[in-house]
Design a protein around this ligand. Structure first.
Ligand code: NDP
Length: 269
C-alpha cells in the first residue's frame, strides 16, 4: 500500500529502464518496507535535483547522461565518486544530497563470485564512465589493470587519473596475456557486434562483459565456446543495486530476490 509515509526512490536516465525498479521494488516487498521505486526518463539533471529536494525523494539512481553533470549540483560528492569522476547514486540525508558511485562495488562483487582479484592481471576494454569505476575497484582489490580503448587519449587520461597501464587501441589487444578480460565498451549492447574478434580471447581466461543486454552477448558466447569462465553484466547490475538498496533503506535485501526480479524484467523487455 502507498500512503503518506511511503518513501520514494527513483532512477533518472534518458530512457527509463524497468531493471532498477524491478530489483528495488522486489526488495522492498520481500522486507515489507514502505518504499516505492519509480523509473523516470529525463534529460533535465537540474530539474531532477530540484525535485529530489522539493519532494523529499530518498534515493536516486543516476544513469547516462546525468552521471557527471549532476556532480556540482549536489551538497556533497564522496571521495570515491570524485576520484572516479561520476555519481551513480544520490542519497537524501535529511535534505542534504550526497553523491556516491557503486559501479565499482558491482564489478568487484561480480568477479569475486568466480575468482579472487588480488594479484590478477586484468585486460580492460573501454575507458568510459563504467571503465573508470572498474579501474578504481579492481586496483583497490589488488589487480593489475591494462586498459585498451578506441580513443587513445581518453584511455591515457583514465590511467593518469586512476592508475593502471594504457596499452593502446582495441586493435592492439591481439595477443593478450591476462587472467581476466572485461568488455567495458558499449559494443555488443543490443547488437551482435564484439569488441574483439573471437580469436583474440585467451583460453583459460575469465571473461566478463558489463553490457547488461543481451544477457548472453556475442562476446560472452564466444568466450564460453573457448571454455572460458564467464560473468554477465547483470551480475554487476545486481550487486551495485544491492548496495544502493542498503543506502536507501538501511536494510539488506536478498541478492536472489533482486536477481530473480531483474531476470523477469529482462524476459519481459
Ligand atoms: P561511455 O559512453 O562512458 O563509454 C563508452 C565506451 O565504449 C568508451 O570506451 C567508447 O570508446 C566505447 N565504444 C563505444 N562505441 C564503440 C565502438 N563502436 N567501438 C569501440 N569502442 C566503442 O559509456 P559507459 O562507460 O557508461 O557504459 C559502457 C557500457 O557499460 C554500456 O553498455 C552500459 O550499458 C554498460 N554499463 C553496465 C553496467 C552494469 O552494471 N552492468 C553499469 C554501467 C554501464 P571511445 O572512448 O573510443 O568512444
Amino acid at each position: 500500500m502507498v500512503d503518506r509515509e511511503t518513501k520514494l526512490c527513483i532512477s533518472i536516465a534518458t530512457k527509463a529502464s524497468n531493471f532498477g525498479a524491478s530489483m528495488h521494488n522486489a526488495g522492498y516487498a520481500s522486507l515489507d518496507l514502505n518504499y516505492v521505486y519509480l523509473p523516470v526518463a529525463t534529460t533535465d539533471t537540474h530539474g531532477a535535483v530540484v525535485a529530489m529536494r522539493a519532494l523529499n525523494i530518498r534515493g536516486m539512481s543516476v544513469s547516462v547522461p546525468h552521471k557527471q553533470t549532476i556532480m556540482p549540483m549536489l551538497d556533497e560528492v564522496d571521495e570515491i565518486a570524485r576520484e572516479i569522476g561520476a555519481v551513480n547514486t544520490v542519497i537524501n540525508e535529511d535534505g542534504r544530497l550526497v553523491g556516491r558511485n557503486y559501479d565499482w562495488i558491482g564489478v568487484v562483487k561480480a568477479l569475486e563470485e568466480v575468482t579472487t582479484i588480488k594479484g590478477k592481471t586484468v585486460a580492460l576494454l573501454g575507458a568510459g564512465g563504467a571503465a573508470r569505476a572498474i579501474v578504481y575497484g579492481l586496483r583497490k582489490a589488488g589487480a593489475l589493470v591494462d586498459v585498451y580503448n578506441r580513443d587513445q587519449s581518453r584511455g591515457r587520461q583514465l590511467v593518469e587519473a586512476l592508475g593502471g597501464n594504457f596499452k593502446g587501441a582495441l586493435t592492439d589487444a591481439r595477443s593478450l596475456q591476462c587472467d581476466v578480460l572485461i568488455n567495458a565498451t558499449s559494443v555488443g549492447s543490443q547488437t551482435k557486434e564484439m569488441p574483439l574478434p573471437p580469436e583474440c580471447i585467451p583460453e583459460q581466461c575469465i571473461v566478463m562483459d558489463i553490457v547488461p543486454l543481451p544477457v548472453q552477448t556475442e562476446f560472452i558466447k564466444a568466450a564460453k565456446s573457448k571454455g572460458c569462465t564467464t560473468v554477465a553484466g547483470v551480475r554487476m547490475l545486481v550487486h551495485q543495486a544491492s548496495r544502493q538498496f542498503e543506502d536507501y533503506t538501511g536494510s539488506k535485501a536478498s541478492i536472489e530476490v533482486m536477481e530473480k526480479a531483474l531476470m523477469k524484467a529482462i524476459e519481459n523487455s
